[in-house]
Design a protein around this ligand. Structure first.
Ligand SMILES: NC(=O)c1ccc[n+]([C@@H]2O[C@H](COP(=O)([O-])OP(=O)(O)OC[C@H]3O[C@@H](n4cnc5c(N)ncnc54)[C@H](O)[C@@H]3O)[C@@H](O)[C@H]2O)c1
Length: 461
């Protein structure tokens, strides 16, 4: 269905490339033969030595690829390594013939595959630095941008809200502006399962209302989705938001529970178990996440995407009636702004507002439509679709450590949610995504990396 080999020779910007997901994605893209520029500000929200170690690993990996490419070229001197017509992707497409792959910018002939962009380069840069981001987009052309840089973490947003505003809001506008002016083919960006807040309907679906965030972190992620929609609508920028569900695995984040638990259990220290271990999470293994991102990158949304009617989950707050609130009920208040007298006067259309005629409203309702805004815009959940309790997760870690945990059983924390459970039907249907790593396998792999990495490193998580 989706052939990720089409990402070969694509010019890609990965923000947050020294972070957990950005590191793994960059590595996978290099293996596919994409040209990657990675940026990150290497902040100290968690140990910057781990971020530097990921960058060192990427440099090593890139060098090993360059050596093997040179060796291959020596063995096959006549083959044109940059000939699009004879690339693996092109050959596969012509063989298949039946299914039409999504057109991605380089294939559409807008720009040739990059000879100018290096295969891999890391640049230390802050998303919130507007001048730096503007100049990045002026000096490099990108086919696809994957924005993973953000201030992550729910609990820290209670402590340091400004970090979230700087990176997740100001930084995100800078990326949107860069993509808009440079006419980037597709912006894929990280959202989060946190946007579902305390929604009670399970599993969480992208058709559900997400208007009640319970942390500033979640509010910034929801804001990113709204901002992306605006740019998709106004400027035709294809954007896809991915709501990640608790990602774990090797090279993971020391601020996350599984990482802290491992460190404490191995050291014989007690672990804090919130909500007495009854919280459920849709833990998703990093390789499955990367596979999903690659599939999505290859499938920019089309303009006519239908935005489904959100299922009401939480009763809406009682509406404030203007007269009660001391506001004069005016005829203008009862009309949509787009079709106010001022708007109608300035528009040659709509003396008889077709969009809001009875017939149109009726047909929009039956066609599952809530808006006439058209935008190449998509949101997907990306999770394992199999939530497990924290208790189960702790047992998997204990098994991998070969040691029992000492537990401090605690109540639920502010800003936390009791369960996350992803409905991934949309992503499966559109891209063929199918997560396959079990918790036990994933934790085993994390443990092998953890013990090896920290055996060779002085710093501890
Ligand atoms: N890991 C998860 O379980 C999870 C779940 C939901 C959403 N997400 C989202 O996915 C994305 C990646 O998460 P991750 O787990 O890799 O987190 P991470 O913290 O490991 O990676 C984010 C990276 O972004 C960098 N960064 C932060 N602010 C920046 C700025 N202003 N300029 C440049 N770089 C900046 C950080 O230094 C870090 O290396 C984030 O947007 C996060 O909110 C992650």
């Amino acid at each position: 269905m989706i052939d990720i080999k089409q990402l070969q020779n694509q010019r890609i910007l990965v923000t947050g490339s020294a972070g957990f997901i950005g590191f793994h994605l960059t590595k996978a893209l290099l293996a596919l033969g994409s040209h990657v520029i990675g940026i990150d500000n290497l902040n100290d929200y968690y140990d910057p030595a781990l971020k530097q170690a990921r960058l060192d690993e990427l440099e090593k990996f890139h060098s090993s690829l360059s050596v093997s490419t040179q060796n291959r070229q020596r063995e096959e001197p006549t083959k044109n390594r940059h000939c699009e017509e004879h690339s693996d992707a092109a050959i596969q497409n012509s063989d298949e013939g039946t299914e039409k792959e999504p057109v991605i910018p380089a294939q559409a002939g807008i720009r040739p595959a990059s000879e100018t962009l290096p295969q891999y380069q890391f640049i230390k840069m802050d998303l919130a630095d507007r001048t730096a981001i503007e100049s990045l987009f002026k000096t490099h052309e990108f086919d696809i941008v994957v924005n993973l840089a953000a201030q992550a973490g729910v609990r820290y947003s209670l402590e340091n809200p400004h970090a979230y505003v700087d990176s997740n809001l100001i930084g995100f506008v800078n990326i949107l502006e860069g993509c808009r002016h440079a006419k980037v083919g597709h912006l894929v960006y990280a959202s989060s399962s946190s946007v579902y807040g305390m929604n009670v309907k399970q599993p969480f679906s992208t058709a559900d209302r997400v208007d009640y965030p319970i942390s500033l972190y979640a509010a910034t992620k929801k804001a990113n989705e709204l901002m992306a929609h605006t740019y998709s609508h106004l400027y035709g920028l294809p954007t896809t938001g991915l709501r990640f569900f608790t990602v774990y695995g090797p090279w993971g984040r020391p601020d996350m529970a599984y990482f802290k638990f491992t460190k404490a259990i191995l050291a014989g220290k007690a672990i804090d178990v919130y909500n007495h271990g009854q919280m459920k999470r849709d833990f998703t293994y990093i390789d499955d996440i990367v596979d999903g991102i690659l599939r999505v990158m290859n499938k920019p949304p089309q303009l006519d995407t239908v935005i489904p009617v959100p299922t009401p989950v939480i009763p809406a707050p009682t509406p404030v009636i203007p007269a009660q609130a001391g506001i004069q009920a005016s005829p203008q208040n009862s009309h949509c702004e787009k079709h106010s007298d001022v708007a109608i006067q300035s528009s040659p259309k709509s003396r008889h507002c077709e969009e809001h005629s009875d017939a149109a409203i009726q047909s929009n309702l039956t066609s599952n439509k809530i808006t006439n805004a058209e935008a190449p815009y998509k949101i997907y959940n990306i999770g394992n679709n199999q939530p497990v309790t924290l208790r189960h997760f702790i047992t998997a870690i204990e098994n991998a450590c070969g040691k029992k945990a000492i537990e401090n059983s605690l109540p639920m924390q502010a800003g936390d949610v009791p369960i996350t459970y992803a409905d991934i039907d949309g992503l499966m249907a559109d891209t063929g995504f199918k997560p396959s790593t079990t918790i036990d396998e994933g934790i085993e792999r994390f443990m092998s990396w953890y013990t090896e990495h920290y055996a060779h490193t002085k710093s501890q998580a």
